[in-house]
Design a protein around this ligand. Structure first.
Ligand SMILES: NC(=O)C1=CN([C@@H]2O[C@H](COP(=O)(O)OP(=O)(O)OC[C@H]3O[C@@H](n4cnc5c(N)ncnc54)[C@H](O)[C@@H]3O)[C@@H](O)[C@H]2O)[C@@H](O)CC1
Ligand SMILES: [K+]
Length: 523
């Protein structure tokens, strides 16, 4: 599913007309029909109601968004739903096809708001060009008030987008109200993935306007959803052994942060990699050996802290690296000078390896924090490296430029940095972005506040390394891991809601999330 900005959407619509004769009325007819089908299915399958039991109030705006709403209303009416249309600009109300006399409109509208099960917001879409007028804000506020009075009984359904949301930037007019579901048309819009817009959309459905597939061929931004993630799953041939699914080496964990290597190492195996090896100092071995029985170990020299020890640790690790398809550096390593020198020595050695002998590389957490202090650090990375900064780490990598956790600034940062640093960048946050140097970009749709807890990043880094070991490209490995990481968290949230998730709770849910993804009906 491609993501577009408003200019690109307009261009697609224009080309549909010029090249295929699909003019605005045809597209609008398709849009309204598709939106009606999606809502009808939602009502029948999710709410287990028949359309004839449902009464809807459509709020119709002056442009094509309102046009979509009218087509949609017609289709739902034909299926038996009870339809009321309020034309905002003209202040005209139609009830089941009959015009309400002007002097009764206000009272009737009030009565409807107190009764209907659905308000369909077809006021404004991508053509919103100025702040919402006061009377439109007041109308939306009445809907909001009524929904608060009848929670669960009144659903707000936005067509294309909730009125007042900026489809490019994710900004939201003060008069906008949250939709319970948004049926967007043709493609999800760029602004949907950024805050505050993201939290105004509710559940997202994408309706078709019948655009020919060829028109989307040049689009490079994609929504990371179940349909895309399913295509990325690596094969599990019947004739396999643990070598088939690859080995991963971890340079992670240090005495103050021993949990990181456990979490990342477990995640490597939970995504189906064949073997995980932890490169650790001997003092940590008893901790891991008693908790992660399946791992093997490379014992790194301990000795006096300092440059020398870092070089020796790197040498030992490299001596054991042959046959490993992926290496993860970072979680829980700490920021001692010896660690930095070990990381830099490892990177220098990896860069000089021939491509077919070089393991794919993921750098996370303290791996990145150590690099941030090194001038032109990105020049030290081998090509194809995946880096997984959260906003704080990203700011450090950029030399203390602030990066938000969910704002539109992240889009430009992700696009620019993947190219400038020649990395596959996983910019973590509420909607994680994954970008690569050639310009492709994916944005994860799902987010879960329960994931904002210690150690969940270690799990993600391990998952990426585990998929790299299964020979996914770095861009695909990162994408699939990001998708399944949130999907696993949703399974945990079935029991704990959006708070109280432990990073280790994710581990058993990773295979469960993969299984769900394999079911063709999962969305
Ligand atoms: N153009 C096309 O071919 C298609 C458009 N589609 C629909 O059309 C929408 C875009 O249509 P439009 O470009 O007509 O835009 P809108 O329907 O979003 O709104 C434009 C109209 O609203 C007025 N307006 C703009 N800002 C306002 C404000 N703050 N307060 C009050 N009035 C305001 C404008 O003067 C104009 O009359 C999409 O969101 C989508 O729903 C779909 O039907 C698919 C095809
Ligand atoms: K709308």
């Amino acid at each position: 599913m491609h993501i577009v900005d408003v200019a690109r959407m307009r261009e697609l619509e224009m080309r549909a007309d010029q090249e295929y004769g699909l003019n605005t009325s045809i597209l609008m007819e398709n849009a309204g029909r598709s939106a009606a089908e999606l809502l009808a299915r939602y009502i029948r399958e999710r709410q287990r109601r028949s359309l004839s039991e449902c009464e809807l109030l459509f709020l119709i705006g002056p442009g094509n968004n309102g046009g979509d709403g009218q087509v949609m209303a017609r289709h739902l009416e034909a299926e038996g739903a009870h339809i009321n249309l309020y034309r905002w600009k003209e202040r005209r109300l139609t009830r089941e096809g009959r015009e309400v006399p002007a002097e009764q409109v206000e009272a009737e509208l009030n009565a409807l708001l107190q009764r209907v099960g659905y308000v369909v917001d077809a006021l404004l879409g991508t053509g919103r060009s100025r702040p919402l007028p006061e009377d439109m804000r007041a109308l939306l506020a009445r809907v909001e008030q009524e929904r608060a009075r009848r929670p669960g009984e009144l659903l707000v359904v936005a067509i294309d987008l909730p009125t007042g949301v900026n489809a490019d930037t994710g900004e939201v007019d003060p008069g906008s109200i949250r939709a319970d579901l948004t049926i967007t048309l043709a493609c999800p819009k760029q602004g949907f993935f950024f805050f505050p817009a993201r939290s105004y959309l509710g559940e997202l459905f994408v309706g078709s306007i019948g655009l020919p597939e060829e028109l989307e061929r040049d689009l490079s931004d994609e929504m990371l959803d179940a349909t895309l993630a399913r295509t990325l799953l690596p094969p599990r041939p019947l004739e396999s052994n643990k070598g088939t699914f690859g080995r991963v080496m971890l340079f992670c964990g240090s005495p103050p942060y021993p949990g990181s290597a456990y979490l990342a190492g477990s995640a490597v195996l939970r995504v189906g990699a064949g073997l995980v090896t932890l490169a650790v100092t001997p003092d940590l071995l008893p901790i891991y050996a008693s908790s992660l029985h399946e791992a093997t170990y490379v014992l790194l020299p301990a000795g006096e802290p300092g440059e020398q020890r870092g070089q020796e640790q790197a040498r030992t690790l490299l001596e054991h690296l042959s046959g490993y398809r992926a290496l993860l550096i970072g979680p829980g390593l700490g920021r001692a000078p010896a660690t930095r020198s070990a990381i830099l020595a490892l990177l220098d050695a990896l860069r000089s390896l021939p491509e077919d002998e070089r393991p794919a590389l993921v750098i996370d957490a303290d791996g990145l924090n150590n690099l941030a202090d090194v001038e032109n650090w990105w020049q030290r990375l081998p090509p194809g490296t995946v880096i997984t900064p959260h906003p704080g780490e990203m700011s450090r990598l950029l030399g203390e430029t602030r990066v938000s956790g969910g704002g539109i600034d992240r889009l430009q940062v992700a696009r620019h940095c993947a190219q400038a640093w020649n990395v596959i960048l996983v910019l973590k946050g509420a909607c994680t972005l994954i970008s690569e140097p050639a310009g492709r970009l994916r944005i994860n749709w799902e987010s879960n506040p329960a994931l904002a807890s210690a150690g969940t990043g270690d799990v993600l880094a391990g998952m990426i390394a585990g998929y790299l070991a299964q020979r996914l490209t770095p861009f695909d490995a990162a994408s699939l891991a990001v998708y399944l990481h949130v999907a696993a968290s949703k399974l945990v949230s079935q029991h704990c809601g959006d708070a109280g998730l432990l990073a280790s709770d994710l581990l058993p849910q990773i295979p469960a999330a993969r299984l769900r993804l394999l079911q063709p009906t999962s969305t």
